[in-house]
Design a binder for this molecule. Structure first.
Ligand SMILES: [Zn+2]
Ligand SMILES: [Zn+2]
Length: 444
């Protein structure tokens, strides 16, 4: 039965398996033209919440490509922050509305690549501290690919029908950029999409290839602040104090059993304590210890079970230590630093993978394993995954570097590393071919 379906597809669309050579040539032209834009963006990175110049350049490029562009989209919980999101709409008759998303913020990392266009930028972050800035996650690749895709689709309007909605969002690295776009009326001021698509470059994939996965791809991240409260005193007289350092230590060890003993083993979950601070001096028992945790889960019920367990264990340790009710621990979710999981809708993933295989060749489209990292693109699907979404990976690394890494058993620099360096031209070109093909096939 399955064989017959494949055979029928081949008979109906004789060129189904041959790549679109005209698109390859156009993408090569746009990649070459946009290389200076990419290098400039790479050498002038801007931190999350500070994407002012980048967003202005992006808006200008998308206007020049013929799109109806709205800038300064994005409303954060903190009213002092400016939303630098850009939304570009191109209406082309009746058909589906497809959202394509790129992100444009950089990270507080000191670039150590030897690229001629390496960043030497330093900037002041949200807390007022001066930090180095680098596009260490490749969001400059994503933005440049999106502009190239915008041009390719605008110049081939006879090949697709519907409404194309390009979103260039700020603050992905803070986890609140996508939410800020939605809070500012992304789906009310602009059309609500039928599908949402994005790509993210990858440090483990060769340039020229892409990777995909159906179902859960990346985890939802939840940041949790925990304060273990005791009663301070002199280090020499513990009998008069309630030591929060001992209780915090117990807490760190006790929560290790949440994943191993309370979680369903087939549900992936991570509980990591990333920060623990308490005390000022050798001989003083402090009043409290503060901890910062990251929780990674796919399913919402797993997340809730872990949060309940954290509170229960913290309270249990405090009760056992004789802490009075008004000094019980405080376990609080940081609502501004959390992301929804990335769930690639299986049906849409099938269509996306078929487009990618057709455009790039079957050997260039690789299956991936799910990971527990996070990305805020999941927010565009809305709660309960109302809008089918897919994020696919774009290979970014030169084949020679991959071969060297294998030969010397030295791991390649990962995303967020000061040495992360995509191979620009082939990565931009492949990204443009991939994204343009996916969008065209959804809107044919
Ligand atoms: Zn990142
Ligand atoms: Zn990223």
């Amino acid at each position: 039965m399955r064989k017959l379906t494949w055979l029928a597809a081949l008979l109906v669309i004789p060129n189904a398996w041959s790549a679109d050579r005209a698109l390859d040539a156009r993408a090569a032209q746009e990649a070459a033209k946009l290389l200076p834009f990419y290098e400039k963006m790479h050498s002038a990175p801007e931190l999350s919440h500070h994407e002012k110049e980048t967003s202005a350049r992006v808006a200008e490029e998308l206007r020049a490509a013929g799109y109806d562009v709205t800038d300064h989209v994005g409303k954060y919980a903190d009213p002092h922050l400016t939303g630098y999101g850009v939304v570009a709409v191109l209406r082309n008759g009746s058909g589906p509305t497809v959202l394509v998303r790129a992100d444009m913020d950089a990270l507080p990392v000191e670039e150590q690549t030897n690229a001629s266009y390496a960043s030497h930028v330093r900037a002041v972050d949200d807390s007022g501290t001066e930090v180095p800035v680098m596009h260490a996650c490749g969001h400059d690749i994503h933005t440049t690919v999106l502009i190239g895709t915008a041009r390719l689709l605008a110049s081939s309007k006879s090949k697709w029908k519907g409404t194309l909605m390009l979103v260039v969002q700020p603050a992905e690295e803070k986890g609140d950029g996508a939410r800020a776009m939605l809070a500012d009326g992304l789906y009310t001021r602009f059309p609500k999409p039928d599908f949402a698509i994005a790509l993210h470059d990858f440090s483990d994939l060769e340039t020229g290839t892409v990777g995909f996965i159906s179902g859960y791809m990346l985890a939802g991240a939840t940041s949790v602040d925990v304060t273990i409260r005791g009663r301070g005193g002199h280090g020499a007289y513990p009998q008069f104090a309630k030591d929060p350092i001992v209780m915090a230590s117990e807490f760190v060890m006790a929560i290790q059993t949440i994943v191993s003993r309370e979680n369903v083993p087939t549900d992936p979950a991570v509980v990591t304590v990333g920060s623990i601070h308490g005390g000022t001096k050798y001989n003083i028992i402090p009043d409290e210890v503060k901890l910062q945790l990251t929780i990674r889960t796919y399913k919402p019920e797993v997340r809730q079970r872990i949060l309940d367990a954290l509170s229960r264990i913290a309270n249990g340790i405090a009760q056992a230590g004789g802490i009075p009710p008004d000094r019980m621990p405080v376990v609080k979710v940081n609502e501004t630093e959390k992301t929804t999981p990335i769930y690639n809708d299986p049906k849409l993933t099938g269509r996306v993978a078929a487009s990618l295989q057709k455009a790039l060749g079957h050997d260039k489209v690789l299956p991936l394993e799910p990971m527990m990292g996070s990305e805020d693109f999941g927010a565009y699907g809305l709660d309960g995954m109302q809008i089918p979404s897919v994020l696919f990976r774009l290979g970014a690394i030169d084949s020679q570097r991959i071969a060297d890494s294998k030969a010397t058993h030295t791991p390649l620099p990962a995303l967020h590393s000061s040495l992360f360096l995509p191979a620009p031209e082939p990565t931009l070109r492949t990204g443009m071919i991939a994204m343009t093909s996916v969008v065209m096939d959804l809107m044919r």
